[in-house]
Design a protein around this ligand. Sequence first.
Ligand SMILES: Cc1cc2nc3c(=O)[nH]c(=O)nc-3n(C[C@H](O)[C@H](O)[C@H](O)COP(=O)(O)OP(=O)(O)OC[C@H]3O[C@@H](n4cnc5c(N)ncnc54)[C@H](O)[C@@H]3O)c2cc1C
Length: 429
Amino acid sequence: MKPRFPDYQLRCGWNALLPRRTPSPALSSQVDADVAIIGAGYTGLAIAKRWHDHFPDHHIVLLEGSEIGEGNPGRNSGFLLETALAEDADADNLERVRQGNQMISETLQDMLREVELSGEYVDITRAGTFRAAASDIGARSIARYETFLQAAGLPFERLSRDELRARIGSSYFQEGLYSPHCYLAQPAQLIRALFKTLPDSVVCYENTPALQINNRQQKWQITTANGGVNCKRLFLANNAFAKSLGVASSRLAAMFTYAGLTPSLPDALSDTLGSDQNWGLLPTHRLGSTLRRTRDNRLLIRSAHDYEKEAKPENIQKLLTQKLHDRFPQVKEIGLESCWGGAVGFTYNGGLVWGEERPGLFVSAGCNGGGTVKGTLLGKLLADLAAGNKAPDVTRLFGSASWMPPDPIRAAAFHTASRVEAFFGKAEM
Ligand SMILES: Cc1cc2nc3c(=O)[nH]c(=O)nc-3n(C[C@H](O)[C@H](O)[C@H](O)COP(=O)(O)OP(=O)(O)OC[C@H]3O[C@@H](n4cnc5c(N)ncnc54)[C@H](O)[C@@H]3O)c2cc1C
């Protein structure tokens, strides 16, 4: 059965590295609020903060199904891109891309300021990012991305197999490209810090999944296991799981993907990992694998996708370990210290589910694997829209999610497409 809200089998490896925090209490009664937000991720926190800027006297309730740091926002690979993902890059629509990138880059600077304001230590550096190809399919994708970067006047470095090996210690890739427009963060630290800067008018209930939403007498009602919320305006910021509350189910799917971290590697091994100490590598294929080397000398791998269902823990561990060892045979005696799954809000054409879906019900969903900064921006803009302020034409800038057929046709189409792509792009997976 499809999960209605995230309830992951494995602990988040990034969060496990941090001191335990005490979550705010779960909701155990009926409460009224001016505004309620479902989901305390990048999008939800941005909505709450922006709404408070507009209406400082409003009582805002934030419901989070998991705990801050342990849930989905802490489970990503920590790439904070300042520019569009390669798949969004469009050399024929430079003005549109440039405008989107400008807004994303300003949002990232706001996030950095908030981190500073939180007083929390967050491991976050403008390390840039590699994109590397292991096959001809990957090489063609790199060439397209290079065309975009050139047309957009964005700086980058082309890297041969030897140059890549010298920098990251892997001979797996035949060529690559480095661009500086990316920060790398410890995501569980980041979301904890962003949570800490919420204003006092926001009350967050953790471990409180919203189970159902209804509209009665022009009010929205949220049902939770032991309580509920009545509000005039409701924001869904729960990404892939918005559809479980009856919204956008014909445009949105939950795609599970997995990540794992090694222990800190001993000096003898980290010496074999090339000259760069803190780097990230994004795949050239949309179903490909992501890699990172962290400041404390761990390797991270993120790989594989499952439609609407999390894989078994033992299979996740085995698959990620194999893929890591393929890329770094020198660490073949080292296993993964942690591995975990997370859900990505997937849309068929990469566009967004964004805007007022029904009177008083606002939604921002469909991160498509790149929503830490973009989600923050879209959350802020959604609050502007709901407050009646002028917002830019978001769907023109970032696209609008297209229709997908219902299951079982959708599931069959996903499985067929991913098998075909995995066959042709095997080396990139
Ligand atoms: C393994 C992995 C690696 C990734 N790497 C990157 C990366 O490097 N960079 C990047 O930009 N993106 C990455 N992503 C995608 C990234 O997670 C999203 O872009 C980002 O988290 C989106 O933020 P969000 O706030 O919109 O949604 P989410 O982070 O999904 O937050 C939604 C929140 O809603 C909560 N929620 C869901 N349903 C309910 C409910 N019914 N009731 C209450 N609460 C609910 C969830 O617990 C969650 O906290 C990755 C994803 C995964 C799984």
